[in-house]
Ligand binder design. Structure first.
Ligand SMILES: CC(C)(COP(=O)(O)OP(=O)(O)OC[C@H]1O[C@@H](n2cnc3c(N)ncnc32)[C@H](O)[C@@H]1OP(=O)(O)O)[C@@H](O)C(=O)NCCC(=O)NCCS
Length: 190
């Protein structure tokens, strides 16, 4: 089975430099890697910084250890953050669909391509495991995430009214990730 971490940028692509908020020194992201049980505390720390505490420890443990899960991350050397994790993306493989459950980049590392890199790696990993489609829910007022999903050819396939605690609608995002017979990737709504 192919390793999803192979989907990162090739060695010819220079890693973007991110200023470390604690020291002001530039930090260098490392390639995408698969996250595992020992990454639990780093995931919790990043969750707190990027998502305000989205998942509990037991939820993160399930995500890291559960069957059918795909959990990828990017570290930044010398970041000063616990284990240096600056970006995380997770999903569940359900039959031929990837259900993306979280995508988050540390506030200090945003708009440097890390979210897109990780999302693409997650899609590639799911595709390598036989997924044909990817889906997720995003709050209708999350402009950054909607812009990223749009840039990655996701389309809005439906709306869940008042889905979030704050009353925002959830926009269901959908993307076909299977290769066509010609070898190119299709994108399109369900
Ligand atoms: C959404 C999120 C993951 C994006 O990560 P990121 O690393 O900053 O995104 P990237 O740098 O890879 O951006 C890729 C493209 O997405 C779009 N984009 C990303 N952030 C954007 C923003 N704030 N405003 C407008 N467009 C944005 C742009 O098209 C961007 O390409 P460009 O920089 O060449 O213009 C990040 O903002 C985040 O962690 N937000 C909080 C958690 C969250 O909302 N997760 C999604 C839940 S569904």
């Amino acid at each position: 089975m192919p390793d999803p971490t192979d989907a990162g940028p090739g060695p010819s692509q220079p890693a973007p430099q991110i200023p470390d908020p604690s020291s002001g020194l530039p930090i260098s992201p490392t390639p995408v890697r698969q996250l595992q049980a020992p990454d639990l505390q780093a995931c919790l720390a990043l969750d707190g910084a990027a998502l305000g505490g989205f998942w509990s420890e037991s939820q993160w443990r399930s995500e890291l250890e559960g069957a059918g899960r795909l959990c990828l991350g990017i570290d930044a050397a010398n970041s000063g953050a616990p284990a240096g994790l600056v970006a995380v993306a997770c999903g569940w493989l359900v039959v031929d669909e990837l259900h993306i459950t979280v995508l988050a980049v540390h506030p200090a590392g945003r708009r440097r391509g890390l979210g897109r890199q990780l999302l693409e790696a997650l899609l590639a990993g799911a595709r390598a495991r036989g997924a044909l489609h990817a889906t997720l829910e995003v709050a209708s007022d999350n402009q950054a995430a909607l812009a990223l999903y749009g840039a990655c050819a996701f389309e809005t396939a439906g709306t869940r009214r008042g889905y979030y605690r704050g009353g925002q609608d959830a926009l269901i995002q959908w993307k076909r990730i299977a290769a066509t017979e010609s070898g190119s990737l299709e994108s399109g709504a369900r």
